[in-house]
Design a protein around this ligand. Structure first.
Ligand code: NAD
Length: 264
């Protein structure tokens, strides 16, 4: 059968290495025939992203620092010069000073609060506006969030506040672009060992806790997130927008540690 994403073109933002959630998503999309472009932050990452993109048959690898409006404009100008349309975009980007991803939220500085909100929240809105302008036949947009937006999780701190704002922006963007048949969703992923995650205090403990206490009694993988992303970005998700979809082995439904879960 022809792939679910045959004839579809999309931009993947936030690939840093083969541990990135963006990589799991890109692989799932490419396996179904999607044509992909990638953006990366800073020259240091280009040498990692180029070969990964090549593995999925893409040679469209463009720089973009989302904290810079001109850089986002250049990305979309370059993409527009190459492609006459766009079907989907994946925003797998977040950043905060790791010294503030431990200890008390109350100590978050103004500078780091604003930077975290800028890179982890506003950038999705800035990207969505430009991507929507290229989506002539409807489209689908996806960002990544975490349960720390909804409940207090140890060390997540300012990033939890940012993810709450990101999830709210998904709902507003869904309304703005819904009339153009453009859908906007988030995946709330369970903890996965990536570069960004390694900045969070006690991350190994958080992973172990999720493994032992989630209904599926395991952590999720890049592939789990990739396959759910495929659903939301393809026609399979045609009726879904404004949603935060949990791909977390069910952890978010649990109210209390299970009796059979070992102590850690
Ligand atoms: P990652 O480190 O592989 O990816 C983070 C990406 O953000 C990197 O590619 C980095 O270059 C990019 N980035 C940071 N600042 C940027 C900037 N100014 N301009 C452009 N790009 C910038 O880690 P990941 O875990 O794959 O993170 C992807 C997304 O998934 C993030 O939004 C993260 O919060 C979210 N998430 C991660 C987990 C987890 O446990 N790993 C769980 C839920 C949600």
């Amino acid at each position: 059968r022809p792939g679910l994403m045959a004839g579809k073109r999309g931009l993947i933002m936030g690939l840093a290495n083969d541990k990135s959630i963006a990589w799991g998503i890109a692989k799932a999309l490419a396996a179904e025939g999607a044509e992909l472009a990638f953006s990366y932050q800073g020259d240091a990452l280009k040498k990692r992203v180029d070969p990964l993109a090549a593995q999925l048959g893409s040679d469209t690898v463009l720089p973009c620092d989302v904290s810079n409006e001109a850089s986002i404009d250049t990305l979309f100008a370059d993409l527009g010069a190459k492609w006459d349309g766009l079907d989907f975009v994946v925003h797998a980007i977040g950043f905060s000073d790791k010294d503030q991803l431990r200890g008390r939220y109350a100590e978050t500085t103004r500078d780091n609060f604003l930077m975290t909100m800028d890179i982890s929240v506003y950038s999705f809105t800035a990207v969505a506006r430009r991507a929507a302008a290229m989506m002539k036949d409807g489209g689908s947009m996806l960002t990544l969030t975490y349960y720390g937006a909804e409940r207090v999780m140890p060390h997540y701190n300012v990033m939890g506040v940012a993810k709450a704002a990101l999830e709210a922006s998904v709902r507003y963007l869904a309304e703005d672009f819904g009339k153009d048949n453009i859908r906007v969703n988030a995946i709330s992923a369970g903890p996965i060992k990536t570069l960004a995650a390694s900045g969070i205090g006690d991350f190994r403990y958080i992973m172990k806790w999720n493994e032992l206490n989630s209904p599926l009694r395991r952590n999720v993988t890049q592939e789990d997130v990739g396959n759910s992303a495929l659903y939301l970005l393809s026609r399979l998700g045609a009726g879904v927008t404004g949603e935060t979809h949990h791909v977390d082995a069910g952890y978010h439904v649990v109210g209390m540690k299970a009796v059979d879960a070992p102590d850690i």
